[in-house]
Design a protein around this ligand. Structure first.
Ligand SMILES: [Zn+2]
Length: 177
């Protein structure tokens, strides 16, 4: 059990080199420093109305992200899920079919872009208690997982946008939603 009070962590912004690194695998999920990091990421992602956050975004190049989809002012249409820490995640299969959808990123404020993602994926990860979990995601949750997973490989949604015409200022994006 972690007795430290969770704190809000600062978020690395586009241009910081840590966002371009390949994150290291976590050897001991139960390490108190990892548990504290997870608690801090949970409060941080809630504070900034994110639907996910990856450890490199809080300046830790580790293979860990939080998926925390729920409707909020940044993503009004997001489905509700229990915020979940995913350690050393892998995509074990994916549909050939892709779909295009809007994404934003806490590390790229003010910008949205249309990004193609696999429609369905099967995933495996370690829970915060170190248990192997497998899950299948479709639609928005598949998108959240693939976006966060990209962060662990030093990729940003901008790298997957197919045309600059698929970019929009967040202010314009939110007008129509
Ligand atoms: Zn992001």
């Amino acid at each position: 059990m972690n007795l430290k009070m969770p704190i809000l962590r600062p978020i690395a912004q586009l241009g910081h080199p840590i966002l371009r690194e390949v994150a290291a695998k976590i050897t001991d999920p139960l390490d108190p420093a990892i548990q504290a990091l997870i608690d801090d990421m949970l409060v941080t992602v809630a504070d900034v109305n994110g639907v996910g956050i990856a450890a490199p975004q809080v300046y830790r190049s580790l293979s860990l992200f939080i998926a925390a989809s729920r409707p909020n002012p940044r993503s009004p249409q997001a489905p509700e899920m229990e915020p979940t820490a995913m350690i050393n995640p892998e995509i074990i299969w994916y549909s050939e079919q892709k779909e295009y959808g809007w994404e934003g990123c806490l590390s790229i404020p003010g910008l949205r872009g249309v990004v193609p993602r696999h429609s369905r994926i099967g995933v495996r990860y370690l829970s915060r208690t170190g248990v192997v979990r497998e899950a299948e995601y479709g639609d928005f949750l598949a998108r959240v997982f693939q976006h966060e997973f990209d962060h662990l490989n030093g990729l940003l949604f901008l790298d997957r946008v197919e045309s600059t015409h698929d970019l929009m200022a967040e202010q314009e994006y939110l007008k129509n939603r």
